[in-house]
Design a binder for this molecule. Structure first.
Ligand SMILES: [Cu+2]
Length: 381
């Protein structure tokens, strides 16, 4: 059926909203799909200004359409000029008052939301404190109350207030978990703070939101929101490494030795089942319990044996520009075997410590934890 010209012309403006109606606003990093009160307050403010803008648009285009139709030139009276009202006081006052009202309607809720969400809070009982340090191009997460230091994956309990202290070790970064809270800059020596909480358990994606050179686009992170007991088990797992029995897999043992002899431990700290004092530097990702991580290289790829091997062979493949050196020469005949062993060691770290801590009611009861870890027997290590 041929479309009438009128219909064809109308099709384009009609198609726009229809296409948009098919959009899915829920996404891993969608601010339109909030999962916590701060993100919700920010979305509410956005939607308020959005609908207000629609009222303005409809009003302006309504008046425009009316004027165009009502005062258009007519064939019956081509010389008619509509009455002129230049300098009309009523109109001038009206056109001044209306914008002022619009500005007030936007400004009052904006200022209110800023006050409700942005003020610095004093930690209270039950809050979780995380000291976040941004590095080119990864994140250090430290839980001062629990003595936990980890990288790139933050664990927090659901429905609890999380206070994040933001610090940068080098350039400017910005902490942004779109579904939980708006961005906040990490500035050297500035001690910025952000607080938020999450309504639902789940995995939330974060991203550095301040251009910080080189691998900035790959400076991501994850926030795991879990039930209280799960969070406690995760924290316990960081006290647990030394209570875990050594893996009897010879490849893991070999990987552990290589980690020291290949120089990894000059940069990276690991506290493992031998409970050694950390020797690495706090300015590189702490790899304790690395087997509990779901992602690798600041959320860039999944944490699997294969990806880890690729990463160790050449860290530039997944993340061009990052500062981890290539440790094995390309023509090193032992590279494949050694890399596989180191990767197996890293993945073995704490791989079931959280589950064990959960099952045994925490590492406070070291005996029960050991018993769970060794499947009941004393576990001579
Ligand atoms: Cu950054």
């Amino acid at each position: 059926m041929p479309m009438t010209p009128w219909l064809r012309r109308a099709a384009i403006p009609l198609a726009g909203p229809l296409l948009l109606a098919g959009c899915d606003f829920a996404g891993l990093q969608s601010t339109l799909d909030p999962a916590g009160p701060i993100a919700q307050a920010q979305l509410d403010l956005f939607m308020w200004s959005y609908w207000l803008s629609w009222i303005v648009i409809v009003a302006v285009f309504g008046v425009l359409a009316y004027v165009l139709l009502r005062f258009r030139r007519r064939a019956s009276d081509p010389d008619r000029i509509p009455s002129q009202f230049h300098g009309s006081t009523k109109l001038e006052i009206g056109l001044t008052i209306i914008p002022v009202v619009i500005v007030i309607l936007v400004a009052v809720p904006t200022v209110r939301t800023i006050w409700e969400t942005e003020v610095r809070v004093v930690p209270e009982e039950g809050d979780v404190i995380v000291n976040v340090t941004g590095y080119q191009w990864w994140w250090r997460f430290e839980y001062p109350e629990h003595g936990v230091v980890t990288a790139n994956e933050m664990h927090i309990p659901v429905d609890r207030r999380v206070i994040v202290n933001l610090e940068s070790a080098d350039v400017l970064h910005a902490f942004w978990v779109p579904r939980l809270a708006g961005k906040r800059d990490l500035i050297p020596n500035q001690n910025n703070q952000l607080w938020f909480s999450a309504d639902e358990t789940g995995e939330y994606y974060g991203q550095c939101a301040e251009l910080c050179l080189g691998a900035h686009a790959y400076m991501k992170f994850r926030v795991h929101v879990v039930e209280d007991e799960r969070f406690d088990a995760w924290v316990d797992a960081f006290e647990a490494p030394s209570a875990l029995p050594a893996s009897d897999d010879p490849r893991v043992q070999r990987g552990r030795d290589l980690f020291a002899t290949k120089g990894c431990s000059t940069c990276h700290t690991i506290q493992d089942y031998r409970g050694e004092v950390p020797v690495g530097s706090s300015d590189f990702p702490n790899l304790t319990n690395f087997g509990l991580r779901t992602s690798l290289a600041a959320g860039v790829v999944d944490n699997t044996q294969e990806n880890l091997e690729t990463w160790l062979r050449d860290p530039q493949i997944f993340k061009p520009g990052n500062y981890m050196p290539k440790v094995w020469r390309e023509d090193d005949p032992d590279a494949d075997e050694e890399i596989a062993a180191v990767a197996a060691y890293l993945l073995s770290l704490g791989s079931d410590a959280e589950e064990l801590a959960f099952a045994s009611g925490g590492t406070d009861d070291v005996q029960a934890f050991r018993a769970a870890a060794t499947g009941g027997d004393d576990g001579d290590r």
